[in-house]
Design a protein around this ligand. Structure first.
Ligand SMILES: Cc1cc2nc3c(=O)[nH]c(=O)nc-3n(C[C@H](O)[C@H](O)[C@H](O)COP(=O)(O)O)c2cc1C
Length: 185
């Protein structure tokens, strides 16, 4: 895996502030998995928190409920096909990381893997909120470690050095947008 820089925790929200689709990875009892999640958001600065919808039918839900942890990885445009694949197949049908050749690297604090080739990673510990988990499939979590690919994110800003290394946003039916140009107001 390429070099990562640690992102100061109160700045971790910047990794999600522009609304990218993410990969949610999880692990428990010798099993690991990854799925796509467009319904995610940053929730707080310090301690940093995130929110993500994890449907009851997913294997991810089972592993996140069992472990109390997950990782959000921010995929690049180059990984759009992988993102669609992990979002349309279930890990119940076999290890998607292996099947799709998605590399996983050990995280620093949680048991779920960081997905290789992504632009940024947030290691998360679930904040138990049984009512909203059951009623809305919504999980809140504290970000306990955050990392970024330094050519793409540094000094508290995304840079997107080329077309392939942009984050992506999901529409539907295999249709994505790539993050556009930054501008200052
Ligand atoms: C681009 C994309 C975004 C998705 N966003 C979400 C989401 O926010 N929440 C969710 O529960 N499922 C979402 N899905 C569906 C899951 O990724 C899908 O159900 C996946 O197959 C679950 O995998 P698993 O059973 O291995 O956990 C999305 C799918 C795609 C393709």
């Amino acid at each position: 895996m390429s070099t990562r820089i640690a992102v100061p925790l109160p700045k971790a929200y910047l990794l999600l502030n522009h609304g990218p689709t993410v990969l949610v990875s999880s692990a428990h009892g010798g099993r690991q998995n990854v799925m796509a999640a467009a319904w995610n958001m940053a929730l707080d600065f310090d301690p940093p928190k995130v929110a993500v919808v994890i449907d009851k039918a997913t294997l991810t839900r089972e592993l996140v409920e069992a472990s109390g942890e997950f990782v959000l990885s921010v995929p690049s445009r180059q990984q759009a096909a992988l993102t669609l694949a992990v979002g349309t197949q279930s890990g119940r049908e076999g290890d998607k990381l292996q099947k799709l050749g998605a590399g996983g690297t050990a995280a620093s604090i949680v048991g779920a893997p960081l997905i290789e080739g992504c632009l940024a990673w947030l290691e998360c510990r679930v904040i138990p909120e049984p009512h909203i988990e059951q009623a809305y499939d919504l999980f809140l979590a504290e970000v306990v470690a955050a990392w970024a690919e330094p050519e793409v994110f540094s000094g508290g800003r995304w840079h997107f050095p080329d077309e392939q290394r942009r984050s992506i946003h999901y529409q539907a039916g295999g249709n994505f947008f790539a993050t556009g140009e930054a501008f200052e107001v």
